[in-house]
Design a protein around this ligand. Structure first.
Ligand code: MG
Length: 218
């Protein structure tokens, strides 16, 4: 069973699905050579993608280009369907730091052929997460620095104020297609600076001033 752990109480909340947004920071969209999308680009990761701190990222043998993407993740509280962006705050229960690990070689091949990204984005362990912080004030989500270092060298640095679609807009858009259930996670996209990981790398990532994690790639 995959779950989210709360930082304050260590309470566990089962995770059903992970809905992720691509190309939600203009600087990352540009580095990927993609045109600015007119609506959010969504994909899914299964709950088996979750990886908790204390476990290594095992380099998947099916790729030669594993990329890091540091992201803000939203944890859904009450179930929602077809909600408006102005109502979406009511359903965002908590937030966490996540990596959207990507098999970039498989994803590039899939993009070229117009095929889905399921394997490139949804493989086992493709979503390392921190513990979750309960959301008291939704305004917190609009100004969170997020960044990632590999072996002490800074690779990614961004701020959620630069998101193309806000957290509320992403939840609203996703809920047009998927009923979002308690414990589901919505990943909100990555800023520029994505890049390759190799075995032996030590990853440090952070979100705001209070959330951080470390993962080893083996
Ligand atoms: Mg991503």
């Amino acid at each position: 069973m995959s779950y989210v752990v709360f930082a304050d109480t260590a309470e566990k909340l089962p995770v059903g699905k992970i809905v992720a947004a691509g190309q939600n920071y203009a600087d990352h969209t540009k580095e990927m050579g993609a045109p600015k999308p007119r609506e959010p680009v969504l994909f899914m990761k299964p709950s088996t993608a979750i990886l908790h701190e204390g476990n290594p990222i095992v380099y998947p043998p099916v790729t030669e280009l594993l990329h890091h993407e540091v992201e803000l993740g939203l944890v859904i509280g009450d179930p929602c369907k077809d909600v408006s962006a102005s109502d979406a705050d009511r359903y965002i229960f908590a937030y966490l730091l996540a990596l959207d690990l990507t098999l970039r070689d498989l994803q590039s091949a899939a993009k070229e052929k117009g095929r889905p990204w399921a394997t490139a984005k949804g493989f086992d362990g493709s979503c390392p997460i921190s513990r979750a912080t309960r959301l008291e004030d939704p305004a917190v989500l609009t100004e969170l620095e997020l960044g990632l270092k590999v072996n002490g060298e800074q690779r990614q640095l961004g701020n959620t104020r630069d998101m193309v679609w806000s957290c509320q807009e992403l939840v609203a858009f996703a809920s047009k297609f998927f009923t979002l259930e308690r414990g589901d996670i919505v990943l909100t996209g990555t800023p520029a600076g994505v890049g390759p990981l190799v075995r032996g790398d030590k990853i440090e990532a952070w979100l705001g001033s209070t959330v951080a994690f470390w993962f080893d790639v083996v």
